[in-house]
Ligand binder design. Structure first.
Ligand code: ZN
Length: 383
């Protein structure tokens, strides 16, 4: 696309162009080098971080401006596959006022809105008091340590301490700006194994059936009453995702039964305390149970009231709606930045993310851009 003059960048056009990069996670397909060129054209100092291992994900970091106050925009250019061979998700399409394309909501539309915002803001206030930092990864959807985590703690040291982070993930639920995310629950995976002794069903005394042991534990963890959620937080919740025995016959007591589960936990827990609680429940259930836990991330919460107000008033000013705030939905890369600064998420409507025919109202491209512009003005010039 023609990127000059950059101040005339259109968020609709930029969103369409970003969709057309087939950046199925963790492939980049040229998306980050393309954004590198645009950001350079706007006057950012850009670093394209090449993968440590061949074929690994790329990351990008960029900065514009000087001064103490530093706003980070965080995003990802990778997307999930189309998931259906009849849908050409990487060919952007407009229909009935909607823009269709893989990643249009999650989250290439958010990135385009922010880049255009930066272009307008820099043109209008070239020496605004502060710094804009952009951190983009090509590895969020599956998410490995080579994604945004690879830029930490380097980025806050290199660019100076971060004041706040705006994540462009799709936070809106039904209409643009109806909801902003002020944190997310933590996430922990469980792999549960019950060990039995194989035998003939007619001689159960010579065997040990692992299935009742597993069921007893699953019953215990799904009915366990976790501490109530504190105020703003969604409640902790455990979901069983699979039960496997792999026994195709009815006359053998199997040797092993296993299950998978995931728990989303609120801010008063840590992955470690939750894992310990689940281990204790296993110990009191049976000595033949083992539980392996893998932490996917800690819970995080924005406690910076003025940052939340800046976000809310930007939405109100542009869209004339008062957003609800919450911590529901899946976690984001915001969890990795949250140890360094308060994090807030404002983005497109999430209703169709990861679905076939992912789409947003076309008008939301420029509406979200205006929200981000109001956010930057409130953040740098008024607060
Ligand atoms: Zn996303």
């Amino acid at each position: 696309m023609d990127v000059s003059p950059l101040s005339a960048l259109s968020p609709e056009e930029l969103t369409r162009t970003l969709i057309s990069f087939k950046s199925i996670t963790p492939q980049d397909a040229g998306c980050l080098p393309f954004l590198q060129d645009i950001l350079k054209g706007l006057g950012f100092a850009v670093i394209l971080h090449e993968p440590k291992n061949p074929g690994g994900p790329k990351n990008l970091s960029a900065v514009y401006g000087t001064g103490q106050k530093t706003l980070v925009f965080l995003g990802h250019t990778d997307v999930v596959p189309e998931g259906d061979t009849t849908w050409e998700g990487f060919t952007p399409r407009e229909e009935n006022g909607f823009l269709f394309g893989r990643g249009v909501a999650d989250m290439k539309g958010g990135i385009a809105a922010f880049i255009v915002t930066a272009a307008h803001f820099i043109q209008e206030y070239p020496s605004f008091p502060g710094k804009l930092v952009v951190l983009l990864t090509g590895d969020e959807e599956v998410g490995t340590p080579e994604g945004i985590q690879a830029l930490l703690p380097w980025a806050p040291e290199y660019y100076g301490p971060f004041t706040a982070c705006l994540v462009g993930e799709p936070s809106s639920i039904n209409t643009l700006g109806d909801h902003i995310a002020i944190g997310h629950r933590g996430s922990l995976n469980l792999h549960i194994k019950a060990q039995g002794i194989q035998g003939h069903v007619a001689n159960p005394e010579q065997a040990r059936n692992p299935i009742p042991i597993l069921l007893k534990y699953l019953q215990k963890i799904t009915t366990y009453v976790w501490e109530p959620d504190p105020g703003d937080f969604a409640p902790s919740h455990l979901e069983i995702t699979s039960i496997d025995v792999g026994n195709p016959v009815s006359n053998i007591i199997p040797e092993q039964a296993q299950a998978y589960a995931n728990i989303r936990f609120h801010i008063q827990h840590s992955a470690q305390t939750v894992a310990q609680r689940l281990q204790d429940l296993a110990t009191e259930t049976s000595e033949h149970l083992s539980v392996e836990t893998t932490a996917n991330g800690e819970a995080f919460l924005c406690r910076d009231v003025s940052l939340i107000q800046i976000a809310e008033s930007a939405v109100q000013e542009v869209l004339q709606v008062t957003p609800t705030r919450g911590t529901g939905g899946g976690t984001t890369d915001g969890r990795f930045i949250s140890p360094y600064c308060p994090v807030i998420e404002i983005g497109m409507v999430s209703r169709t993310i990861h679905h076939k025919n992912e789409c947003i109202p076309l008008a939301d491209c420029s509406r979200l851009t205006q929200v981000y512009e109001a956010f930057l003005r409130n953040f740098f010039l008024r607060a």
